[in-house]
Structures are given as structure tokens and as C-alpha cells.
Unconditional design. Structure first.
Length: 328
């Protein structure tokens, strides 16, 4: 099976939702109603307090089995999904599968059938091919939910939701915010999901800042203002989201050198002066220090990078409890 097979067939609208509008799978942010994104964040808010307790567990998913199915390396995403599941008292199985390009599709369906035979309730899927989580969602039993933990350069909806949650906790109302997403938008599933989420939440202005070679064709159609100059793009923004330069996804030499990239698009304290004085700095991780972000900015007082990681647990607890119908 090839990537084409994985991508075959558009996602039927409503495939992510039950008939009554409740979340069944989370595969992409695109097309979700605003109320649902708000409900995810409100539910996450109730889980933030659980994490501050000495006993960090609630019994909402007791008796459920959740499988982390990771075909691509991950640190933050996999561990925060695992912690989220454990804090909801679910049983968790971690499966990391290194695949070669030719056997990827086959092993996907095979693995799925085998794991389903073990009576699982939820799959968390990360895969290098766009469409992999959708493919699995089409083949699972009716009681099973699938959460996309990143598919190729297509979508990373839980990352976008933890980012929205982090922005909301600092800035409140999205309708007054200017948000800039900076860097390798072309290869970034995170940026795509963030852009959808920011627009669904009616953000006043969403900007992307990047060299032309790192922007998808027709990026404006996603509902963003495009800037090729860092100082112009950062002017007056409330939130700066830096993206990792994804060298492993670059097929050709899209850039002269990491050093030159940093000169033009790296976030330094000097550059940050163009943004609002109270602007926050975000990065989904892993960050390349000295390539897209200076170390003193990543560790500085305006950086909320580690908060994003903590918020990832509450957001994932919220989504898991919503798809199983356990959220109150
Ligand atoms: C991102 C990913 O894997 O898409 N990281 C993450 O999930 N925290 C971004 C990246 O790899 O640059």
C-alpha cells in the first residue's frame, strides 16, 4: 500500500463527529465548529487543577485501553498522551514502529487488525504519511476513537489545541489578537492546524512570516497575511509562534544555510522588540537553538514553551474524555 492509498478518498464531512455533534475522532481541526474548540479548552481548564494535586489521577477512563501507535519518533507528544491517559486511569499500550517506505501502508492495516483483536478503545496515531490517521479511522470498529498525533505535513490537531489553550490562558479573547507564525510553514502540520484553529476562533489577524521557498503555494487561501520580512511581520503582534526548520522533510536545498536562515528569520531579543511589549513566544518543540530561535529568547521571560508542554497534558485529557463520552 502506498501513500496514495492512504490519501485516497476525501474525509466525509462529519466523520469526526457523532450525529448529535459530539466528538468521535480528532483527525483535523479543519471544519470543526467553534463551540467544539471552546468546549475542548473549557474541559482542559478543569483538568489543569488535577495536575497540581499530590494524587494526579481521576477515574474517568478506568477500564479503557488506549494504544499509542507511533510510526515516527516523538518525545513530547507521545509522553504527554501517555501521561494524559494514565491521569484519566486508562490502561496504556505504547507501540513504536519503525517502517520502511515500502512496507508502511501494509504494516499499518496489519498492525491495526492485530491491535483491534486486543479490544482497545482508542488509537493515538502518528505517521509520516498524510492521511494515515484518517485511513485508520475509516477501518476501526464503531466504539473505537482515533486521535491524530501528527500525519506527514498535513495536521497535528492536539498540538494546535494546546497552543490555542496556552494563548487563551495568557491573552483571553482571540478576536483582538494578532498572531504571527514564523518559519517552515511548508513542511509544518502544526502550522496548518494552528491556522485553521486561529481562524475558527475568529483571531483578528493571522500572519505567516517565511521565505517564499518555505511557504506552500496559495498559502493566502488558508486565511493568512503573508510576510517575507521578519521585522515587518512581527510589528505589533501579541503572539509569536516559531516553527522548527524541518530538515528531514526537505527534498531539495530550499535554504542557503542554517546560519543565513538565523540572520534573516531567527528570533532574537532585538527582533522581538517589533512585537508588542507583552507578546508571548511559543514553539511546539523540538527547537533548533541558534537556527530558528536564540537560546536567550527560548529561555527568556516571554517564552511560554514549557507551559505549552504542560498544557498538552490537560488538552489531551480533555479530548480523550470527550471522545469516550466521559467528560462532564
Ligand atoms: C511537531 C511535530 O512533530 O509535528 N512537534 C511536536 O509534536 N511537538 C513539530 C516539529 O516536529 O517540528
Amino acid at each position: 500500500m502506498t501513500e496514495q492509498h492512504l490519501q485516497a478518498g476525501p474525509l466525509p464531512s462529519g466523520m469526526q463527529l457523532h450525529d448529535d455533534g459530539r466528538l468521535r475522532h480528532l483527525l483535523t481541526i479543519e471544519g470543526l465548529p467553534r463551540e467544539l474548540l471552546v468546549e475542548i479548552m473549557d474541559t482542559a481548564e478543569s483538568f489543569v487543577s488535577v495536575q497540581a494535586k499530590t494524587v494526579k489521577k481521576v477515574p474517568l477512563l478506568r477500564g479503557k485501553t488506549i494504544v499509542n501507535l507511533f510510526f515516527e519518533p516523538s518525545t513530547r507528544t507521545r509522553t504527554t498522551f501517555e501521561l494524559a491517559a494514565k491521569r484519566l486511569s486508562a490502561d496504556v499500550l505504547n507501540i513504536n514502529i519503525a517502517t520502511s517506505a515500502t512496507t508502511k501502508g501494509e504494516s499499518l492495516l496489519d498492525t491495526l487488525r492485530n491491535i483491534e483483536a486486543m479490544f482497545c478503545d482508542m488509537f493515538i496515531v502518528r505517521h509520516a504519511d498524510s492521511g494515515a490517521a484518517h485511513f485508520i479511522a475509516r477501518h476501526v470498529a464503531p466504539h473505537v476513537s482515533v486521535l491524530n498525533a501528527g500525519d506527514g505535513s498535513h495536521a497535528h490537531p492536539t498540538q494546535a489545541m494546546l497552543d490555542m489553550f496556552t494563548i487563551r490562558r495568557h491573552k483571553g479573547d482571540f478576536t483582538r489578537l494578532k498572531v504571527a507564525i514564523v518559519g517552515d510553514v511548508l513542511h509544518s502540520r502544526v502550522a496548518r492546524s494552528q491556522i485553521h484553529a486561529l481562524n475558527i476562533l475568529n483571531t483578528a489577524e493571522v500572519r505567516v512570516i517565511a521565505p517564499r521557498t518555505l511557504l506552500p503555494a496559495d498559502v493566502e487561501k488558508l486565511g493568512v497575511h503573508v510576510f517575507n520580512d521578519m521585522d515587518e511581520g512581527l510589528h505589533d503582534v501579541d503572539v509569536v509562534i516559531m516553527l522548527r526548520l524541518q530538515k528531514e522533510r526537505m527534498q531539495s536545498a530550499l535554504l542557503p544555510s542554517a546560519h543565513e536562515y538565523f540572520q534573516l528569520y531567527g528570533l532574537t531579543n532585538e527582533r522581538l522588540k517589533a512585537a508588542r511589549e507583552d507578546a508571548i513566544v511559543m514553539h511546539p518543540g523540538p527547537a533548533n537553538r541558534g537556527v530558528e530561535i536564540a537560546s536567550d529568547v527560548a529561555d527568556g521571560s516571554r517564552s511560554v514553551i514549557l507551559e505549552q508542554v504542560s498544557n498538552g497534558i490537560a488538552i489531551r485529557m480533555a479530548i480523550m474524555s470527550m471522545v469516550t463520552g466521559a467528560a462532564q
